[in-house]
Design a protein around this ligand. Sequence first.
Ligand code: ADP
Ligand code: MG
Length: 642
Amino acid sequence: MADIIQLLPDHVANQIAAGEVVQRPASVVKELIENAVDAGAKEIKLIAKDSGKTLIQVVDNGAGMSATDARLSFERHATSKIRSADDLFRLGTKGFRGEALASIAAIAHVEMNTRRQGEEIGTRIRMEGGKIADQEVAVSPEGTSIAVKNLFFNIPARRNFLKSNQVELRHVIDEFQRVALAHPDIHFEMYHNGNDLFSLPASNYRQRVVNIFGSKTNEKLVPVEENTEVVKLSGFVYKPEHARKSRGEQFFFVNNRFIKSPYLHHAVVSAFEGLIKEQAHPGYFLYLDVDPATVDINIHPTKTEIKFDDEHMLYAILRSAIKHSLGQFNIAPVLDFDKDAALDTPYDYKDKPINVPTIEVDSDFNPFRDEEGISHSGPEKTGTEARSKYQGGRPSWQGSGRQDRQGDWESLYVGLGDKSGDSDGFSSVEIESDEVAGMEGKPAGKLFGERESEGPSFTTYQLHKKYIVTTIKSGMVVIDQHRAHQRVLYEQFLRQMTVKEGISQQLLFPIVLYYSASDMALLKELRETLEFIGFAIARLEGEEIEITGIPASVSESEVSMILEQLIADFKDEIPDSSFSQSDRLAKSLSKTLAVRTGELLNEASQEALVNNLFACKEPRVSPFNRPIYITITVEDLEKKFL
Ligand code: ADP
Ligand code: MG
């Protein structure tokens, strides 16, 4: 029988290897920029289109390559950076495996222009499917430009696997920032779809942080400095009051390479102990210089983990150095006025049309004669209408204005109560907790149609500041208040996004908030949708967003938290990429704004919440697919008493 083992052809081997090196556009960005840094460039420009899916180009003014080197650079295991295994322990460069260009060329169209410093003429090479398609002598500037087009053109499965443009752009920006933060002496620029996202002149570490994360960052930074035999530590932490609710800027660099280290992260967090709330995340930019021989760099090219010889020592040094810096800072507190950025912005009515909140009142309405009207339409429709008139979806905890509108929802009960009284149809509704996930949306009013009709008001009871308990004809229902409110808000926001007329309340003083360029890029993408739900955004440029109106269901003090959470949620890419932008936005907002477990709700709020929940299309599960309520029937109870 014939032998069956064969060597894989190079282009197949390269494609397989490429899978490890190149997972997404951001991986290409990282490899190309790192090569430019290794080539000693003083200026590096990144140009991307469609979040890197169609074009990633990196232009540097580094050493450049000879014609032969240019050709060789696309071979696998072709590197100028190490000659022997020993070199691995003295590594001063970012790359060393000689795999990146070969991998990239295997899965994209690549064009390289390069000219060595001091030489007259350069080289142009075009690669297709891992093979040289074209090589010629060319006039090009000193340095190297590599353009990577149509990533994964020959692996559609991987292309389809890519996330939305926003998410991919986020990754690209992350990689760009990581290298830029590690090398403040290099001038970096980044363009995306023709827009100038970053322009970072050569400077020092502090200035680099400020240039990337915005001028407001400067006052937030506390320098950290420590020199020991094991490590030279430098960098900054954010003052404790700038700790964020969501993970923000947290960067470790070891020998100018970005790394992730949960262990060292813990050291930083422990240094902040007692200074920030438990759920808050400290911000930091910390640079560790260690002897390359004491770290294991033989790591996977795309991974950011690292192994130190003496981690415990580093932990202790890091913790005490930060504590020390924070201590010094606390002795000399700085007056910090910029919290209230709104105050220094001139009051300014924008000509943007604002929808003033309106309350629809059915002037013909009379609760005592409405039975007829309601029985014409189905309970679901009536329920939704009546309830959304009563409240814009968000229970008003103070119950303000409730009195005036109470009639509206009373009508619901009058009508439904009547219906349930004579109908067997409703008695068939038996909801068990384990059926929750699978059930189709039932007409909203039904469950409450079952209520023993003892008049418009019904009793609710809040249990452990977490559940709302109320009675239904067949027994009782226990509702998770947080999830219920999430559902109510989620549907409300989705509805507003669809009809594009969220109710906006105009602010007396506009709110101005500051974000990093990357966060601003994200906000720009979300702008339209935010406006649909009632945000009035007067300005969104540079590092500033100016908000002149907010959704009726949001309070002014919540705005910055909402946007911060929104940015964090979009960065963390809620796992299922099949969700639309509106859906994710509605989810994020509902999560942030929903009443929490542990909040005490007065009776009016409890009732409003119950009403609003059962006016929802899908009252059974939260937007995150968790059951919202369970029912316990009298039978269930009776069984317990046997
Ligand atoms: P590695 O960086 O691990 O050596 P790469 O595949 O990324 O492997 O690059 C292969 C080689 O091509 C490098 O070792 C370097 O000599 C050369 N090279 C790549 N990019 C550049 C660049 N921008 N300028 C100069 N030389 C480069
Ligand atoms: Mg490389």
